[in-house]
Design a protein around this ligand. Structure first.
Ligand SMILES: [Zn+2]
Length: 321
């Protein structure tokens, strides 16, 4: 993996009650991608794996929390985008021989046979797949647990329920711990860097669905969660204010991309407009925060996802998108 490995040393934050946040050091940066370790007397569990390129940081983080990766019993992935679950195959194959991975039924086939997923991602990340994600190994079907909306398991010292929350992806699941009032929101709960107020709804192709996403936000709101843990940005306690801004923020991005497309702008110009908008909404921040946000939710992906959506809905001519 030579120059495609980052993530030293895997900074770990203990949140109490057997919950640790492991920063995966994606691109050598802190705050871009996190995984969450859940420990109880019964079983060690993990929420999100990150990509294979950050596995060294994940493994170091699990050890820093006082556990061995081989003790992992269950791994949960919110969805099968490579920044969330690309490392699951190698983790299970090489480091966690007893673990199974839980995923929505629509995502399961992509974990057992990632070829289509890799072809699709490869069209977006031309020539950069290995550098960004590393190996994406197939997972034997007997180690993949397809779980549907409302399914619950007792693991990592807590009950965990899978909530089907589409919109960002058609197979997205939020992990809900009703005892502690904590939700692990993957990407459907947005991307927001620590210490900032602006939450970005990541809008990549091909499954972006704003109406479904709005329904998922309503569902999250209805949980009455005390805290949201984002894969990109960590934990936030201003739950209502955070959730309230997601759909308006998506609408703003959609309007910007639509106007630019109708004005005849090309994809590079769209990407620049999305980036400039995010920078403006973010306001004055510490150096590196905007770059972290861009790594977590790249502007070119939002430009592509929103263009595709607008063409599909007939809001712009197909030729313009
Ligand atoms: Zn995603």
């Amino acid at each position: 993996m030579a120059d495609g490995t980052w993530g030293e040393p895997g900074r770990v934050t203990a949140h109490g009650n057997g919950l640790w946040q492991i920063d995966l050091g994606f691109r050598g940066r802190e705050g871009v991608i996190a995984a969450y370790l859940l420990a109880g007397a019964d079983e060690l569990a993990l929420v999100e794996t990150g990509p294979t390129t950050t596995l060294p940081a994940l493994l170091a983080g699990i050890r820093a929390a006082g556990f061995e990766p081989a003790a992992l019993g269950r791994v949960f992935v919110s969805h099968i985008h490579l920044d969330h679950s690309g490392g699951a195959g190698v983790l299970l194959r090489d480091h966690a021989p007893e673990a199974v991975v839980h995923v929505h039924p629509l995502g399961a086939p992509h974990l057992t046979d990632p070829d289509r997923l890799l072809a699709s991602a490869g069209r977006l990340y031309t020539g950069r797949m290995d550098d960004l994600w590393g190996e994406v190994a197939p997972i034997p079907a007997k180690r993949v647990v397809a779980w549907s909306d409302g399914d619950s398991v007792e693991t990592g010292g807590r009950p965990l329920t899978g909530l089907y929350t589409p919109g960002h992806a058609a197979h997205h699941v939020t992990l809900w711990d009703p005892f502690r009032g904590v939700a692990f929101t993957g990407d459907v709960g947005g991307v927001r860097m620590a210490g900032t107020g602006y939450a970005v709804p990541p809008a990549p192709p091909p499954e972006l669905d704003p109406e479904a996403w709005a329904g998922s936000v309503e569902r999250l709101r209805g949980l009455g969660a005390r805290r949201l843990f984002l894969t990109h940005g960590g934990g936030f306690e201003d739950v209502s204010a955070h959730l309230d801004q997601l759909m308006p923020n998506l609408d703003e991005l959609r309007s910007i991309v639509k106007a630019a497309l109708l004005g005849g702008e090309d994809r590079a110009a769209l990407t620049e407009r999305v980036h400039a908008h995010v920078a403006e909404k973010l306001g004055p921040v510490e150096p590196g925060v905007l770059a972290n946000l861009e790594w977590a939710t790249p502007s070119f992906l939002a430009a592509a996802g929103l263009s595709r959506l607008l063409a599909k809905r007939g809001e712009v001519p197909a030729a313009a998108a």
